[in-house]
Design a protein around this ligand. Sequence first.
Ligand code: Q9C
Ligand code: ZN
Length: 341
Amino acid sequence: MLTVYTDAHRLHAGRAELYNGTITPCFEKPERADMVLARVRDSALGEVRAPKDHGLAPVLAVHDEGYVRFWETAWQRWSEGGRDWDALPKMWQVRRLRATIPDHVEGQLCYYSMDAGTPLTAGTWQAITGAANVAVTAADHLLSGAKSAFALTRPPGHHAARDYCGGYCYFNNAAIAAERLRAGGAHRVALLDVDYHHGNGTQDIFYQRDDVLFLSIHGDPRTEYPFFLGHADETGEGAGLGYNANFPLAAGSSVDAWFAALDAACKRIEAYGADALVISLGVDTYEGDPISRFSLAHDDFLRIGQRLARLGLPTQFCFEGGYAVEPIGVNAVNVLQGFEL
Ligand code: Q9C
Ligand code: ZN
Protein backbone atom coordinates (compact mmCIF):
# COMPACT_ATOMS: atom_id res chain seq x y z
CA MET A 1 0.00 0.00 0.00
CA LEU A 2 1.24 3.49 -0.85
CA THR A 3 1.74 5.91 2.04
CA VAL A 4 1.62 9.65 1.36
CA TYR A 5 3.51 11.72 3.90
CA THR A 6 5.20 15.07 4.40
CA ASP A 7 7.49 16.39 7.15
CA ALA A 8 5.50 19.64 7.09
CA HIS A 9 3.39 18.27 9.96
CA ARG A 10 6.34 18.84 12.33
CA LEU A 11 5.94 22.60 11.91
CA HIS A 12 2.71 22.29 13.91
CA ALA A 13 3.88 21.55 17.44
CA GLY A 14 1.45 23.07 19.89
CA ARG A 15 2.66 23.81 23.38
CA ALA A 16 -0.49 23.36 25.44
CA GLU A 17 -4.21 22.66 25.49
CA LEU A 18 -6.86 23.20 28.12
CA TYR A 19 -7.58 19.71 29.45
CA ASN A 20 -9.25 18.58 32.66
CA GLY A 21 -9.15 22.09 34.05
CA THR A 22 -5.45 22.54 33.50
CA ILE A 23 -3.09 23.80 30.84
CA THR A 24 -1.53 20.52 29.74
CA PRO A 25 1.08 19.66 27.08
CA CYS A 26 -0.69 18.90 23.79
CA PHE A 27 -1.65 15.25 23.34
CA GLU A 28 -1.61 15.84 19.60
CA LYS A 29 2.14 16.11 18.89
CA PRO A 30 4.59 15.52 16.02
CA GLU A 31 5.95 12.28 17.52
CA ARG A 32 2.60 10.65 16.70
CA ALA A 33 3.10 10.83 12.94
CA ASP A 34 6.83 10.12 13.27
CA MET A 35 6.01 6.86 15.05
CA VAL A 36 3.49 5.83 12.41
CA LEU A 37 5.94 6.62 9.62
CA ALA A 38 8.67 4.60 11.35
CA ARG A 39 6.33 1.62 11.58
CA VAL A 40 5.29 1.98 7.92
CA ARG A 41 8.98 1.76 7.00
CA ASP A 42 9.86 -1.09 9.41
CA SER A 43 6.95 -3.21 8.27
CA ALA A 44 7.74 -2.66 4.58
CA LEU A 45 4.14 -1.66 3.91
CA GLY A 46 5.15 -0.12 0.58
CA GLU A 47 6.38 3.08 -1.01
CA VAL A 48 6.32 6.34 0.94
CA ARG A 49 5.71 9.29 -1.35
CA ALA A 50 5.62 13.06 -0.84
CA PRO A 51 2.36 14.83 -1.73
CA LYS A 52 1.87 17.05 -4.78
CA ASP A 53 0.96 20.66 -4.18
CA HIS A 54 -2.69 21.04 -5.16
CA GLY A 55 -3.12 24.62 -3.99
CA LEU A 56 -6.20 25.68 -2.05
CA ALA A 57 -8.92 24.59 -4.48
CA PRO A 58 -9.49 21.16 -2.85
CA VAL A 59 -9.63 22.79 0.59
CA LEU A 60 -12.08 25.44 -0.58
CA ALA A 61 -14.26 22.67 -2.00
CA VAL A 62 -15.26 21.71 1.56
CA HIS A 63 -14.36 24.73 3.73
CA ASP A 64 -15.69 28.26 4.00
CA GLU A 65 -13.46 30.80 2.23
CA GLY A 66 -13.27 33.20 5.18
CA TYR A 67 -12.27 30.30 7.43
CA VAL A 68 -9.47 29.22 5.08
CA ARG A 69 -8.20 32.78 4.62
CA PHE A 70 -8.22 33.25 8.39
CA TRP A 71 -5.74 30.41 8.83
CA GLU A 72 -3.55 31.70 6.02
CA THR A 73 -2.58 34.87 7.90
CA ALA A 74 -3.60 34.05 11.48
CA TRP A 75 -0.11 33.42 12.88
CA GLN A 76 1.33 36.55 11.29
CA ARG A 77 -1.50 38.64 12.71
CA TRP A 78 -1.31 36.99 16.14
CA SER A 79 2.46 37.35 16.42
CA GLU A 80 2.59 40.97 15.26
CA GLY A 81 3.80 43.07 18.14
CA GLY A 82 5.95 40.33 19.60
CA ARG A 83 3.78 37.41 20.71
CA ASP A 84 5.92 34.39 19.99
CA TRP A 85 3.73 31.90 21.86
CA ASP A 86 0.71 29.92 20.61
CA ALA A 87 -2.83 31.26 20.60
CA LEU A 88 -5.77 29.42 22.15
CA PRO A 89 -9.37 30.61 22.05
CA LYS A 90 -11.09 31.20 25.35
CA MET A 91 -14.55 32.32 24.34
CA TRP A 92 -17.29 30.92 22.10
CA GLN A 93 -20.20 32.31 20.15
CA VAL A 94 -22.87 30.45 22.13
CA ARG A 95 -26.66 30.77 22.01
CA ARG A 96 -27.93 34.33 21.41
CA LEU A 97 -24.49 35.87 20.97
CA ARG A 98 -24.27 37.35 17.48
CA ALA A 99 -22.57 35.41 14.73
CA THR A 100 -20.75 38.54 13.59
CA ILE A 101 -17.14 37.98 12.55
CA PRO A 102 -14.96 40.29 14.67
CA ASP A 103 -12.06 42.28 13.19
CA HIS A 104 -9.56 41.28 15.84
CA VAL A 105 -7.46 38.14 15.27
CA GLU A 106 -8.22 36.81 18.75
CA GLY A 107 -11.95 37.36 18.26
CA GLN A 108 -11.74 35.61 14.92
CA LEU A 109 -9.94 32.65 16.47
CA CYS A 110 -12.80 32.35 18.97
CA TYR A 111 -15.38 32.68 16.19
CA TYR A 112 -13.75 29.88 14.18
CA SER A 113 -13.12 27.47 17.11
CA MET A 114 -15.17 24.98 19.08
CA ASP A 115 -12.78 24.29 21.96
CA ALA A 116 -9.53 25.24 23.68
CA GLY A 117 -7.68 22.12 22.56
CA THR A 118 -6.72 23.37 19.13
CA PRO A 119 -3.89 25.93 19.20
CA LEU A 120 -2.74 28.32 16.50
CA THR A 121 1.04 27.91 16.20
CA ALA A 122 3.80 29.35 14.02
CA GLY A 123 3.64 26.40 11.63
CA THR A 124 -0.05 25.54 11.69
CA TRP A 125 -0.71 26.85 8.17
CA GLN A 126 2.20 24.92 6.64
CA ALA A 127 1.13 21.72 8.42
CA ILE A 128 -2.58 21.91 7.61
CA THR A 129 -2.04 22.72 3.93
CA GLY A 130 0.53 19.91 3.84
CA ALA A 131 -1.99 17.46 5.32
CA ALA A 132 -4.64 18.52 2.81
CA ASN A 133 -2.15 17.87 0.00
CA VAL A 134 -1.43 14.44 1.49
CA ALA A 135 -5.16 13.60 1.48
CA VAL A 136 -5.65 14.79 -2.10
CA THR A 137 -2.56 12.99 -3.39
CA ALA A 138 -3.78 9.74 -1.85
CA ALA A 139 -7.25 10.23 -3.37
CA ASP A 140 -5.68 10.81 -6.79
CA HIS A 141 -3.80 7.54 -6.36
CA LEU A 142 -7.15 5.73 -5.98
CA LEU A 143 -8.55 7.62 -8.96
CA SER A 144 -5.64 6.30 -11.03
CA GLY A 145 -6.80 2.78 -10.25
CA ALA A 146 -5.01 1.83 -7.03
CA LYS A 147 -6.85 -0.42 -4.61
CA SER A 148 -5.75 1.42 -1.49
CA ALA A 149 -3.71 4.31 -0.12
CA PHE A 150 -2.70 5.60 3.29
CA ALA A 151 -2.77 9.36 3.82
CA LEU A 152 -0.57 9.86 6.87
CA THR A 153 -2.23 13.13 7.77
CA ARG A 154 -1.27 15.25 10.75
CA PRO A 155 -2.81 17.29 12.25
CA PRO A 156 -6.00 15.23 12.13
CA GLY A 157 -9.16 16.56 10.50
CA HIS A 158 -12.47 14.95 11.46
CA HIS A 159 -13.58 17.50 14.08
CA ALA A 160 -13.12 20.38 11.63
CA ALA A 161 -16.38 21.47 10.00
CA ARG A 162 -16.95 23.84 7.08
CA ASP A 163 -16.11 26.87 9.18
CA TYR A 164 -14.72 25.83 12.53
CA CYS A 165 -11.76 23.99 14.02
CA GLY A 166 -11.66 21.86 17.16
CA GLY A 167 -10.43 18.62 18.68
CA TYR A 168 -6.89 19.21 17.31
CA CYS A 169 -8.34 19.53 13.76
CA TYR A 170 -8.17 22.45 11.30
CA PHE A 171 -8.84 21.25 7.75
CA ASN A 172 -10.93 18.12 7.33
CA ASN A 173 -8.50 15.89 5.43
CA ALA A 174 -10.90 12.96 5.02
CA ALA A 175 -13.70 15.20 3.75
CA ILE A 176 -11.29 16.83 1.31
CA ALA A 177 -10.34 13.36 0.06
CA ALA A 178 -13.98 12.25 -0.27
CA GLU A 179 -14.82 15.38 -2.23
CA ARG A 180 -11.80 14.80 -4.48
CA LEU A 181 -12.97 11.23 -5.15
CA ARG A 182 -16.43 12.50 -6.04
CA ALA A 183 -15.05 15.16 -8.40
CA GLY A 184 -12.79 12.54 -9.96
CA GLY A 185 -15.68 10.27 -10.90
CA ALA A 186 -16.67 8.15 -7.90
CA HIS A 187 -20.48 8.47 -7.89
CA ARG A 188 -20.99 7.39 -4.30
CA VAL A 189 -18.41 7.63 -1.57
CA ALA A 190 -18.75 6.05 1.87
CA LEU A 191 -16.78 7.72 4.65
CA LEU A 192 -16.43 5.59 7.78
CA ASP A 193 -14.95 7.14 10.91
CA VAL A 194 -13.50 4.67 13.43
CA ASP A 195 -11.79 7.22 15.68
CA TYR A 196 -12.89 7.08 19.34
CA HIS A 197 -14.50 10.52 18.98
CA HIS A 198 -17.47 11.33 16.79
CA GLY A 199 -16.47 12.94 13.48
CA ASN A 200 -18.67 15.96 13.99
CA GLY A 201 -16.89 18.02 11.33
CA THR A 202 -17.25 15.40 8.63
CA GLN A 203 -20.89 14.83 9.54
CA ASP A 204 -21.52 18.57 9.30
CA ILE A 205 -19.89 18.85 5.88
CA PHE A 206 -21.94 16.06 4.27
CA TYR A 207 -25.14 16.19 6.34
CA GLN A 208 -27.36 17.39 3.50
CA ARG A 209 -25.85 15.22 0.78
CA ASP A 210 -26.67 11.77 -0.52
CA ASP A 211 -23.50 11.32 -2.57
CA VAL A 212 -21.32 10.84 0.52
CA LEU A 213 -22.57 8.40 3.15
CA PHE A 214 -21.04 9.26 6.52
CA LEU A 215 -20.83 6.65 9.27
CA SER A 216 -19.13 6.94 12.65
CA ILE A 217 -18.47 4.49 15.51
CA HIS A 218 -17.55 6.40 18.65
CA GLY A 219 -17.87 7.01 22.37
CA ASP A 220 -21.40 8.14 23.21
CA PRO A 221 -21.47 11.95 23.15
CA ARG A 222 -23.65 11.89 26.26
CA THR A 223 -20.39 11.44 28.15
CA GLU A 224 -17.64 11.80 25.56
CA TYR A 225 -16.15 14.63 23.50
CA PRO A 226 -17.42 16.31 21.28
CA PHE A 227 -20.66 16.17 23.39
CA PHE A 228 -22.81 18.20 21.01
CA LEU A 229 -23.04 15.88 18.02
CA GLY A 230 -22.88 12.17 17.28
CA HIS A 231 -26.19 10.79 18.57
CA ALA A 232 -27.93 7.86 16.89
CA ASP A 233 -30.92 9.96 15.80
CA GLU A 234 -28.81 12.19 13.53
CA THR A 235 -29.63 10.61 10.18
CA GLY A 236 -29.15 13.45 7.68
CA GLU A 237 -31.24 16.30 6.37
CA GLY A 238 -32.93 17.23 3.09
CA ALA A 239 -31.34 15.28 0.24
CA GLY A 240 -29.00 13.79 2.84
CA LEU A 241 -31.78 12.22 4.92
CA GLY A 242 -30.85 8.59 5.45
CA TYR A 243 -27.19 9.14 4.52
CA ASN A 244 -25.73 9.73 7.97
CA ALA A 245 -25.32 6.87 10.44
CA ASN A 246 -23.96 7.18 13.96
CA PHE A 247 -23.05 4.21 16.15
CA PRO A 248 -22.50 5.68 19.63
CA LEU A 249 -21.22 3.18 22.19
CA ALA A 250 -21.04 3.77 25.92
CA ALA A 251 -17.57 4.57 27.20
CA GLY A 252 -16.08 1.30 28.41
CA SER A 253 -17.94 -0.80 25.83
CA SER A 254 -16.48 -4.21 25.01
CA VAL A 255 -14.44 -5.10 21.96
CA ASP A 256 -17.31 -7.36 20.85
CA ALA A 257 -19.74 -4.44 20.94
CA TRP A 258 -17.31 -2.38 18.89
CA PHE A 259 -16.97 -5.06 16.19
CA ALA A 260 -20.74 -5.55 16.09
CA ALA A 261 -21.02 -1.83 15.27
CA LEU A 262 -18.32 -2.18 12.62
CA ASP A 263 -20.24 -5.03 11.05
CA ALA A 264 -23.47 -3.00 11.01
CA ALA A 265 -21.64 -0.06 9.45
CA CYS A 266 -20.11 -2.30 6.78
CA LYS A 267 -23.56 -3.68 5.92
CA ARG A 268 -24.83 -0.11 5.45
CA ILE A 269 -21.92 0.63 3.14
CA GLU A 270 -22.73 -2.47 1.08
CA ALA A 271 -26.40 -1.54 0.82
CA TYR A 272 -25.43 1.97 -0.27
CA GLY A 273 -23.45 0.68 -3.24
CA ALA A 274 -20.39 2.86 -2.69
CA ASP A 275 -17.77 3.20 -5.43
CA ALA A 276 -15.02 4.24 -3.02
CA LEU A 277 -14.37 4.18 0.69
CA VAL A 278 -12.58 6.68 2.91
CA ILE A 279 -11.66 5.62 6.44
CA SER A 280 -11.06 8.22 9.13
CA LEU A 281 -8.49 6.10 10.91
CA GLY A 282 -8.16 7.05 14.54
CA VAL A 283 -6.53 4.51 16.82
CA ASP A 284 -7.58 6.14 20.10
CA THR A 285 -9.92 3.13 20.49
CA TYR A 286 -6.79 1.37 21.83
CA GLU A 287 -7.00 0.06 25.40
CA GLY A 288 -4.00 2.13 26.45
CA ASP A 289 -5.17 5.48 25.07
CA PRO A 290 -4.78 8.22 27.69
CA ILE A 291 -7.93 10.22 26.78
CA SER A 292 -10.36 7.54 25.53
CA ARG A 293 -12.30 4.62 26.96
CA PHE A 294 -12.59 1.67 24.59
CA SER A 295 -10.36 -1.38 24.87
CA LEU A 296 -9.12 -2.57 21.49
CA ALA A 297 -5.83 -4.50 21.61
CA HIS A 298 -3.07 -4.59 18.97
CA ASP A 299 -4.55 -7.61 17.17
CA ASP A 300 -8.00 -6.04 17.01
CA PHE A 301 -6.58 -3.44 14.64
CA LEU A 302 -5.64 -6.22 12.23
CA ARG A 303 -9.25 -7.42 12.38
CA ILE A 304 -10.51 -3.94 11.48
CA GLY A 305 -8.43 -3.98 8.31
CA GLN A 306 -9.60 -7.49 7.44
CA ARG A 307 -13.26 -6.58 7.83
CA LEU A 308 -12.89 -3.44 5.71
CA ALA A 309 -11.11 -5.38 2.96
CA ARG A 310 -14.16 -7.64 2.63
CA LEU A 311 -16.09 -4.67 1.25
CA GLY A 312 -13.91 -4.94 -1.85
CA LEU A 313 -13.80 -1.18 -2.45
CA PRO A 314 -10.98 1.17 -3.43
CA THR A 315 -10.09 2.43 0.03
CA GLN A 316 -8.25 5.46 1.33
CA PHE A 317 -7.18 5.63 4.96
CA CYS A 318 -6.78 9.10 6.48
CA PHE A 319 -4.98 9.22 9.80
CA GLU A 320 -6.88 10.88 12.68
CA GLY A 321 -6.47 10.44 16.48
CA GLY A 322 -4.56 8.14 18.81
CA TYR A 323 -2.59 9.43 21.79
CA ALA A 324 -0.75 6.43 23.22
CA VAL A 325 2.32 7.42 21.26
CA GLU A 326 4.59 4.41 21.74
CA PRO A 327 2.19 1.82 20.22
CA ILE A 328 0.52 4.22 17.76
CA GLY A 329 2.52 2.95 14.79
CA VAL A 330 1.77 -0.71 15.47
CA ASN A 331 -1.95 -0.02 15.87
CA ALA A 332 -2.30 2.12 12.75
CA VAL A 333 -0.19 -0.09 10.51
CA ASN A 334 -1.96 -3.22 11.80
CA VAL A 335 -5.16 -1.90 10.21
CA LEU A 336 -3.38 -1.39 6.90
CA GLN A 337 -1.72 -4.80 7.03
CA GLY A 338 -4.99 -6.46 8.02
CA PHE A 339 -6.53 -4.84 4.95
CA GLU A 340 -3.87 -6.40 2.75
CA LEU A 341 -4.00 -9.92 4.24
N1 Q9C B 1 -10.14 21.20 25.59
C1 Q9C B 1 -9.07 13.48 17.83
O1 Q9C B 1 -8.97 12.35 18.29
N2 Q9C B 1 -10.30 16.84 24.12
N3 Q9C B 1 -9.38 14.51 18.62
C2 Q9C B 1 -10.74 18.07 24.72
C3 Q9C B 1 -10.75 20.55 24.51
C4 Q9C B 1 -10.47 16.78 22.72
C5 Q9C B 1 -9.62 14.31 20.02
C6 Q9C B 1 -10.07 19.27 24.11
C7 Q9C B 1 -10.22 15.43 22.15
C8 Q9C B 1 -10.13 15.54 20.66
C9 Q9C B 1 -8.77 13.77 16.41
ZN1 ZN C 1 -10.23 10.86 18.55
